[in-house]
Write a protein that binds this ligand. Structure first.
Ligand code: HEC
Ligand code: HEC
Ligand code: HEC
Ligand code: HEC
Ligand code: HEC
Length: 431
């Protein structure tokens, strides 16, 4: 039964366990900083239970469900619902968790569904998408249907805004009319803290500590540090400025073609035909991504140029490509190459190849595979007679991870052998 999984999963888990070791000697940030002090407390995981709701809260206010917040904060909900944070307990995560012990999967929950109440509903049900529970209570025995699925909702509002039934948020917008102190505010108001406007708020899950898991001398997750050294940080752009513009709860990143396009500049030099050779240069610069492009080991970006015949068929031996990725082995032990672009850096594909007689078009294309690492992982899990609890979910996860692929850029140059230099009148196409 799933031999390779048995080999890969434990290593992944160990890697993440190591990564999550948070020691008090960790000196990543200056310790005398008030924001850091607040965040160390705020993100001390596993999070404590909220406890009993104060009697002053009505049932709506006492609910931890994002749908309850939606009643009064519909715009934040509408944005959040479409974000990856709302899908942080998708089939890829859940399918793996189903085959782990509670001790092992708590580390995943620390970033993917950190509320104690979510760990509780998960432990109670261990039931998802028709998969029978591993043990413990069967789904029909669960007595609280409202919270039965709390863990499946992923990174929810309460995780970032509630501790011990007290609400926390950024300082109130100065442009709002002042609050009158006569009436009680819903959820007894909130504690405002500038930590919410600070990039370190996000570092809790998007940066491994200095002593966390590293490969080839580089931390597996290093987004905050990359940002700190970026020109964007110098000009005061935070994670929130780009990913939560005007405080919107969007968190768009590598899965969103528009977001990716906003972070890079793509250039093509004129296509030349000389001495039977066709040549051009395709380049892409990380101009406005406030960290490496991409920051994680999971995405892959492929820049390609190739010749097509008039039937639109790729002609053999004409494809040349450049890959932008931090490519690791599935067990996270080996780094094969790291071609990610630091802020300001450029990737170049210098295309030069014999022009084939059948060629009608030179195609320049940039493709993004946001979940390339996971696609490889799921394929391997499934190849090995994977008959465990998570199989259905891993199949679903594989379908989702390949469906996330998109074309960032495509330009088609019509080629008429003999003519030079070539520019197609309306061949340029941005999708
Ligand atoms: C009954 C309505 C109601 C419900 C339910 C509710 N809120 Fe609020 N919330 C408010 C109001 C009103 C304010 C004050 C808005 C203002 O400043 O004008 C507020 C303020 C906040 C703030 C502070 C905003 C700031 O400027 O920093 C946060 C954060 C917040 N709520 C989060 C939540 C979350 C998370 C939930 C669900 C767990 C929730 N709220 C449920 C009505 C509600
Ligand atoms: C990943 C953490 C995270 C999650 C999840 C999250 N928020 Fe927030 N929220 C923040 C941060 C950070 C800010 C402050 C952003 C800033 O200052 O740029 C904020 C700001 C707010 C504000 C103040 C908005 C304003 O315009 O002043 C409200 C209200 C709020 N959140 C409600 C919610 C609700 C409701 C949900 C769920 C639907 C939610 N949040 C989910 C992190 C989160
Ligand atoms: C409690 C942990 C946690 C916190 C805090 C958090 N994130 Fe995330 N974030 C995640 C997880 C987990 C994912 C991956 C979700 C998935 O796809 O399963 C993610 C995904 C993302 C993505 C990926 C989008 C994409 O296209 O792949 C962006 C962007 C992002 N977060 C930005 C932020 C920013 C900005 C903040 C701070 C305001 C923040 N996050 C705070 C856990 C967190
Ligand atoms: C330190 C925080 C952190 C921990 C711990 C963590 N993750 Fe993640 N995870 C992320 C972030 C951030 C992303 C989004 C970026 C990416 O794709 O790597 C993510 C993405 C993923 C994805 C791909 C997106 C999706 O929803 O399908 C899977 C699968 C996943 N994690 C599984 C796990 C599992 C299983 C564990 C526990 C063994 C775990 N993660 C532990 C932060 C974390
Ligand atoms: C100047 C704008 C900018 C800033 C600042 C910024 N980002 Fe991004 N981020 C982007 C763009 C554009 C993308 C899409 C391209 C990409 O994936 O690298 C992105 C992608 C991401 C992703 C998707 C995964 C990946 O591999 O790229 C995550 C997660 C993320 N950012 C988190 C953060 C965090 C956390 C911070 C703060 C420490 C931050 N970002 C600061 C612009 C920014």
């Amino acid at each position: 039964m799933y031999n390779k999984v048995k080999k890969i999963l434990p290593i992944l888990i160990v890697a993440l366990l190591l990564a999550m070791v948070r020691s008090s000697s960790d000196n990543k940030f200056p310790s005398n900083d008030e924001v850091q002090h607040f965040l160390d407390w705020y993100w001390d995981r596993p999070l404590a239970a909220q406890g009993h709701p104060p009697s002053t809260l009505n049932a709506l206010e006492a609910s931890l469900e994002p749908e309850a917040c939606k009643r009064c904060h519909p715009s934040q909900f509408a944005d959040w619902e479409k974000s990856r944070h709302a899908r942080a307990m998708g089939p890829g995560v859940y399918g793996q968790i189903l085959d782990m012990t509670e001790d092992e999967y708590q580390n995943c929950l620390d970033c993917h569904a950190p509320l104690k109440e979510q760990a509780d509903t998960l432990a109670k049900t261990r039931f998802y998408g028709g998969i029978k529970p591993l043990g413990g209570a069967s789904p029909t025995q669960v007595s609280t249907p409202v919270s039965e699925h709390l863990h499946k909702k992923g990174l929810i509002c309460s995780t970032c805004h509630l501790r011990g039934y007290q609400w926390f948020g950024p300082p109130r917008r100065p442009d709002l009319p002042p609050l009158t102190s006569e009436s009680r505010l819903p959820h007894n108001g909130w504690n405002s803290h500038k930590a919410f406007e600070d990039s370190r708020f996000c570092a809790a899950c998007h940066q491994f500590p200095a002593n966390g898991y590293a490969i080839n001398g580089k931390l597996l997750e290093n987004t905050y540090n990359e940002w700190k050294e970026s020109p964007q940080a110098e000009t005061g752009q935070t994670c929130q400025s780009c990913h939560m513009p005007n405080r919107r709860h969007l968190w768009r990143g590598i899965h969103d073609p528009k977001a990716v396009r906003s972070g890079v500049d793509i250039q093509v030099s004129p296509v030349k035909i000389t001495d039977g050779f066709v040549s051009t240069q395709l380049s892409m610069t990380n101009t406005a991504t406030g960290h490496y492009f991409p920051t994680y080991v999971t995405p892959k970006i492929v820049m390609q140029a190739y010749q097509e015949n008039k039937q639109g068929k790729l002609l053999e031996n004409t494809l040349q490509q450049t890959i932008i990725e931090r490519h690791l082995s599935l067990d996270l032990s080996t780094e094969y190459f790291d071609t990610r672009l630091a802020p300001g850096q450029t990737a170049i594909l210098n295309y030069q190849a014999p022009l084939k007689p059948q060629t009608t078009t030179l195609v320049l294309i940039i493709k993004v595979e946001p979940d390339a690492f996971y696609t490889r992982l799921y394929q391997t899990l499934l190849e090995e007679d994977f008959t465990d609890k998570g199989t259905t979910l891993i199949l679903q996860a594989l379908a989702e991870s390949t469906a996330s692929n998109f074309t960032l850029y495509q330009k088609r140059h019509l080629v008429f052998p003999g003519a030079s230099p070539l520019e197609s009148p309306n061949g340029a196409r941005l999708i």
